[in-house]
Design a protein around this ligand. Structure first.
Ligand SMILES: Nc1ncnc2c1ncn2[C@@H]1O[C@H](COP(=O)(O)OP(=O)(O)OP(=O)(O)O)[C@@H](O)[C@H]1O
Ligand SMILES: [Mg+2]
Length: 321
């Protein structure tokens, strides 16, 4: 048996001329969260649909808890949950009826269905709305109900395809805390998202996919180090002293400092040596009595990572629909 709850090797899928997946590899250790990050059309939903047995791959293989998703699809379906981009909720049914209906699909005994539905309505703050038709729910409530539905049968492996797209900031934070609780309970989770902060917040490992290929993977910290690590920044107002200041701090890094003549901002990639480099910079600049403002170090954001990998910010890509 494998240590990985989810294992994917060289997955390929085309739709006519469109190569949606061009050889994806993934491994998700049991009880961890993989964040699959990518812009519109990257292939996220296609990968999730294959992993959840809704679509057959052209080539490659995917295994969930040791079960091949093509050859043992029926067994895979019993141990997974999916909350997808197109919600599986039936509008005419109430929230409670939706959850009980899912339980019956999984052949849970009737009283068990009733108990699960009541528990999940309470946990997802849907008790008050539980007995009205799902079509009257707000977007955030419908998302919570959809996530609740994916949990009725207590799946060991859960797939969430863009769980917070379209939610307001408060609902997103609420959803994050629900997801964290699930993972604390031992569920293995594969989560797709277009939001860098969401991957940063929730994922143990992140893979970035673009045009059907994995273009980077690692922890959030590892991805940030790939773009040169922390940045030391400060401003020298006096133009006559700027070049000297840049030359002095260049001793702190293998990278060259960037000098912005208009603003006087000097920035330097300093790897993981954040606080040491900061102390050293203060010392050497002070020695030559160079006056600086706003001396600080910061970690790159995942947006910086995305930019350096793809040449676009994630927002540009999201807007270029
Ligand atoms: N059933 C289909 N028929 C034809 N083309 C498809 C089909 N499903 C997906 N595609 C194409 O495959 C590519 C990948 O789509 P996919 O839905 O996997 O992307 P995604 O990363 O989930 O994007 P989004 O962030 O918009 O949800 C796109 O070019 C899409 O148009
Ligand atoms: Mg999608």
């Amino acid at each position: 048996m494998t240590e990985s709850a989810i294992l994917v090797e060289q997955l390929h899928k085309s739709f006519g001329p469109v190569e949606a997946l061009r050889g994806i590899d993934l491994a998700v250790p049991r009880g961890t969260v993989l964040g699959v990050l990518g812009p519109n059309g990257a292939g996220k939903t296609t990968a999730v649909r294959i992993l959840t047995t809704l679509l057959r791959p052209d080539r490659g293989r995917a295994v969930i808890e040791g079960l091949d998703v093509v050859r043992r699809a029926a067994e895979v379906r019993k141990i997974i949950g999916l909350a997808g981009q197109s919600a599986a909720i039936q509008d005419e049914l109430t929230g409670r009826e939706n959850l009980e209906f899912v339980g019956r699909l999984y052949h849970l005994p009737r009283d068990r269905c009733r108990r699960r539905a009541a528990d999940l309505l309470a946990r997802f703050e849907l008790v008050d709305a539980g007995d009205r038709a799902a079509k009257t729910y707000s977007g955030g409530m419908a998302r919570r109900l959809d996530l609740a539905a994916s949990l009725v049968a207590e799946p060991a492996v859960l797939f969430l395809d863009e769980p917070t797209t379209g939610l307001d900031p408060r609902s997103r934070i609420g959803m994050w805390s629900l997801i964290r609780d699930l993972v604390a309970g031992g569920t293995t989770l594969l989560l797709t998202t277009q939001y860098l902060d969401e991957a940063d917040e929730l994922a143990d490992q992140i893979v970035v996919i673009d045009h059907g290929r994995v273009i980077a993977s690692g922890t959030s910290d590892q991805l940030k180090d790939q773009v040169g690590g922390d940045v030391l920044e400060f401003t020298v107002a006096d133009p006559a002293r700027r070049i000297r200041a840049a030359a002095l701090v260049s001793a702190l890094s293998d990278h060259d400092p960037q000098v912005d003549e208009a603003s006087g901002l000097i920035s330097l990639r300093i790897g993981r040596r954040g606080s040491d480099a900061l102390v050293e910079a203060v010392r050497i600049l002070d020695q030559e009595q160079i006056e600086v403002q706003g001396l600080a170090t910061h970690r790159p954001s995942l947006d910086d990572v995305f930019m350096s990998l793809t040449g676009h910010s994630a927002e540009d890509l999201a807007e270029a629909r």
